[in-house]
Design a binder for this molecule. Structure first.
Ligand code: PEP
Length: 252
């Protein structure tokens, strides 16, 4: 059965002692949350070991926010999928709009990272979404379609639950503005059609989650949409109470 997913992307925040406090607070808030929801925390690389040690064998899973596509070698500053698995990661976020926009990641780079990660045992959350400018000229569907098709090109999925697509309209990230549930659902339906055309029945198990200024007040409505299978949380994930509130609503 497909489980809802709530993932917290901490971005470039949290020194190690702060990561420790936040993780502890989240874990204590989650004690009475049902098991049928996947909870993922994505701290910065420097705090992966702190968070990994605290979550141990709990139901919370660790994610990295980025990865390189080669296994090892002369790639100064990069981190391989195998290194992330070694650090306790089960998931990796790939193609976040901040990496596409600020660090120049292309669809081709995103695809290489997806393939390397899946084949080395990491599960993938790939982010797609249009900018404000693209939205204003009516290109939302076209952009998302091409990002998703590129991410899925030649992809073999042994288990569709290992692959999550996060629709994150760039204009909604960190702005306090978010897509209406209907706007988000329309894009999710398009994504579902693409995954359906490639993976047939298996595609139903691919989760499509929404991200962009999600908080404890708007999550409920979003999750009532048929094709929204969870949320990727930025700002609200840096506050334990807000994050736990979102998880609890998603688990209801
Ligand atoms: C994100 O960066 O993935 C995100 C969704 O951020 P925020 O929730 O702060 O908009």
């Amino acid at each position: 059965m497909k489980k809802m997913m709530v993932a917290g992307n901490w971005k470039m925040n949290m020194l190690r002692y702060q990561a420790k406090d936040l993780t502890q607070d989240i874990l204590s808030g989650l004690v009475d949350v049902k098991d049928d929801i996947d909870i993922v925390l994505a701290p910065p690389f420097t705090a992966l070991d702190v968070v990994s040690g605290l979550i141990g064998n709990s139901r919370v899973m660790l994610a990295a926010q980025n990865v390189f596509w080669e296994d090892r070698g002369a790639f100064t500053g990069e981190i391989s999928p195998a290194m992330l698995v070694d650090a306790g990661c089960k998931w990796v976020i790939i193609g976040h709009s901040e990496r596409r926009g600020i660090l120049g990641e292309t669809d081709t780079v995103v695809r290489k990272k997806i393939k390397a990660s899946l084949s080395d045992g990491l599960n993938v959350i790939v982010c797609v979404g249009e900018t404000l400018q693209e939205r204003e000229v009516g290109k939302t569907i076209k952009i998302v379609q091409s990002q998703v098709e590129s991410a899925l090109m030649d992809l073999e999925l042994d288990d569709p639950q290992r692959f999550v697509i996060a629709y994150e309209p760039v204009w909604a990230i960190g702005t306090g503005e978010n897509a209406t549930p209907k706007e988000a659902e329309d894009v999710h339906v398009t994504i579902r059609e693409i995954t359906g055309s490639i993976f047939a029945q298996d595609s139903e198990l691919i989760r499509i989650i929404y991200g962009g200024s999600v908080n404890g007040d708007n999550i409920d409505e979003l999750l009532h949409m048929e094709n929204i299978d969870g949320a990727l949380i930025g700002g609200a994930g840096l506050d334990a109470d807000s994050f736990v509130k979102i998880v609890k609503i998603a688990g209801e």
